[in-house]
Design a binder for this molecule. Structure first.
Ligand code: OGA
Ligand code: MN
Length: 383
């Protein structure tokens, strides 16, 4: 945590909130010197190497989802946060593009649910990509208005669709979980010591330059013994990882494109938040420079390649993705909701006051408060 930020906190106050505001400030911008940066590659200060299960995922299994061999991953833990694992961009060069394209083109499609469905007809949200792509692939015009649907997208839910009002999942709101994202998640999870992970729900958050995500705990899942996985693409952000109580001051860290975070064990139910997206640095970002894996045709080894890497992204699709991620960030959190053999009730009624669920809703209310305020929370539109 930044020393400046820490020194602002008096004991007994909502330390997390104060530090959230510190990093959210625009003018003057916050001092970022104390922010932990795992991309440096070296353990230091409170950063320790994390042990991975090198035998759990073969090199071919890893490459099929665009990941480097597990022995090449740079995985870290953070002292004071047992169960928290940070993997600094384990993706093969050129393979993040596939996941960015899935997040922007494929996963927002029906039957998945997004924020735009809350106030638009299904026919209007049928083809978010198709409606936005022509505008996003044309040369930039500073005064271009109105925003494309892709630029208005804030969240998409997959699998068991999270109900933002009741803070629950229900068996009556479920669609098939994308098999490619499950493959990615189960491999990361197995390498981190959690074989047999079932990807049952995911929330995709789409952050514009002013977006944030309020202070919350992810506790709606019924099985907390399984890790929560987070994948980040596009612009960098500050992530705050706190404790079990709001008074516990959080640690600030950078999340760059390709970074993977695993919250498991004692870190599964910690408060966390994203106070800001960092302004894009001048010039091309690492992801833009990397681009997609080139289309292999007429590569003589095509059969071999097709078996071992995600399907290539066309130049046409990449033009749209590149324009989008020049200013935006996409985060995917994948969750196992149920214990093996467990099932959800069909409808979980909106929680009455005084229940555990109501308490949980209160603890997540920061998000709602933020929604009605001037800041641009990624979950604004669900209210
Ligand atoms: C979430 C979450 C963090 C991020 O969706 O619950 O905490 O980095 N996302 O966007
Ligand atoms: Mn979360």
């Amino acid at each position: 945590m930044a020393k400046m930020a820490a020194s602002m906190v008096d004991s007994g106050e909502d330390a997390f909130r104060k530090i959230f505001k510190f990093y959210r400030r625009r003018n003057p911008p916050p001092d970022l010197t104390g922010v932990t940066d795992f991309s440096g590659g070296e353990p230091g200060d409170r950063v320790v190497p994390a042990e991975l299960d090198l035998a759990a995922v073969s090199d071919v299994e890893a490459s099929r989802v665009g990941l480097k061999p597990v022995r090449e991953w740079r995985a870290f833990g953070l002292q004071g946060y047992p169960g928290f694992i940070f993997i600094s961009n384990p993706f093969l060069r050129g393979c993040q593009a596939f996941w960015v394209r899935q997040c922007l083109k494929t996963y927002p499609q029906k039957p998945n649910i997004c924020n735009l469905d809350m106030h638009m007809n299904p026919s209007e949200t049928q083809d978010i990509w198709g409606q936005s792509a022509p505008t996003l692939s044309s040369p930039v015009s500073a005064q271009r208005k109105p925003k494309t649907l892709l630029e208005k997208l804030r969240w998409v839910t997959l699998g068991y669709h999270y109900n933002w009002d009741s803070k629950t999942y229900s068996s009556s709101s479920h669609t098939p979980f994308p098999s490619d994202l499950h493959s990615l998640s189960s491999r990361v999870s197995a390498a981190c010591g959690f074989p047999g992970f079932q990807s049952e729900a995911a929330i995709l958050n789409f952050y514009r330059p002013d977006s944030c995500l309020g202070i919350h705990v992810d506790e709606s899942e019924l099985d907390h013994t399984r890790p929560l996985l987070s994948f980040s693409f596009g612009q960098s952000a500050i992530f705050l990882l706190g404790g079990r109580r709001r008074q516990d001051p959080p640690t600030a860290m950078y999340m760059h494109s390709g970074d993977v975070m695993v919250m498991s064990g004692q870190s599964r139910l910690l408060y966390h938040a994203v106070p800001c997206i960092l302004p894009a640095a001048a010039g091309r970002s690492a992801l833009e420079a990397e681009g997609p894996v080139p289309d292999p045709d007429p590569d003589p080894d095509r059969d071999l390649r097709d078996g071992a890497l995600p399907e290539p992204v066309s130049q046409e699709d990449w033009t749209v993705c590149r324009r989008y991620i020049q200013t935006s960030r996409v985060n995917v959190t994948v969750r196992q909701v149920l214990e093996p053999g467990q099932s959800l009730p069909e409808t979980r009624a909106c929680s009455p006051q005084g229940t555990a669920a109501a308490a949980a809703a209160d603890r997540r209310s920061e998000k709602r408060k933020r929604s009605s305020g001037s800041t641009d929370s990624v979950h604004t539109s669900h209210t």
